[in-house]
Write a protein that binds this ligand. Structure first.
Ligand code: AP5
Length: 215
């Protein structure tokens, strides 16, 4: 069992990068944000508990996240490669992952820290639109759909995520700084951190990450 971790502030481009990497590598994309949104939509008990935290930009409790991650990992065989997107998000979650991997004989290969300045993060998040049916991600300026408000892939309606309102974005940035940014030092000490300048185009970010993976 092996893993890479995509770390970075809200809107840094973790999901966009993961969509490409999962086609070019054998890493399975595991996004806790996507899993929680699916649970919310399905009305499960995890989804109901997570919704109020997500809508206000707070983190969902560590115990809930560690439970859904363990369940997800257990669905795959012991030779699987995981690409964690948006997980871990606290030191507690990172320690939980370490404990789980130790038990399973797994290893984390790289932690990619996608570095993007605050102005660009704000612009990426406020302009993001998502397809209601297939989940494809667009951006009003950087990656607009051919027809306004309509998904190019399946014609689904494009919507703005509830947590992409300006007030909630500011809260998410604060939460990132306080609770998630300490992971940078945590993984640096373990020799796993790879700093990636993710302020350029998606293709540029992808090349920087693939260079490390292929080295
Ligand atoms: P989550 O869904 O993980 O949100 P996030 O980390 O804030 O990240 P985003 O999905 O907003 O952004 P992204 O980095 O994937 O950027 P994207 O590629 O879409 O989490 C949501 C909530 O769930 C949390 O607030 C929390 O409540 C809860 N949660 C989730 N995981 C949790 C955990 N482990 N613990 C506790 N709670 C948890 O790109 C953004 C936009 O920019 C898009 O429009 C895209 O087209 C555009 N774009 C991307 N790359 C570029 C580029 N290079 N140039 C120009 N535009 C770009």
């Amino acid at each position: 069992m092996e893993a890479i971790i995509l770390l970075g502030g809200p809107g840094a481009g973790k999901g966009t990068l993961a969509e490409v990497l999962k086609k070019q590598t054998d890493y399975l994309h595991v996004s806790t944000g996507d899993m929680l949104r699916a649970a919310t939509q399905a009305g499960t008990s995890v989804g109901t508990e997570a919704k109020s935290y997500m809508d206000s930009g707070q983190l969902v409790p560590d115990a809930v996240i560690l439970r859904i991650i363990e369940e997800r990992i257990s669905e795959e065989n012991s030779n699987s490669h995981f690409m964690f997107d948006g997980f871990p998000r606290t030191i507690e979650q990172a320690e939980g992952l370490d404990r789980f991997f130790k038990k399973q004989g797994g290893a984390i290969n790289h932690v990619f820290n996608l570095v993007v300045d605050r102005e660009a993060l704000l612009a990426r998040l406020t302009g993001r639109r998502v397809c209601r049916s297939c989940g494809a991600v667009y951006h009003m300026a950087n990656k607009p759909p051919k027809k306004s408000g309509i998904c190019d892939i399946d014609g689904g309606e494009l919507y703005q995520r509830a947590d992409d309102s300006e007030a909630t974005i500011l809260n998410r940035l604060e939460v990132y700084k306080k609770q998630t940014a300490p992971l940078i030092a945590f993984y640096q000490q373990k020799g796993l951190l790879r700093e990636i300048n993710a302020g350029g185009s998606p293709a540029e970010t992808q090349t920087l990450v693939l260079n490390v993976l292929n080295a």
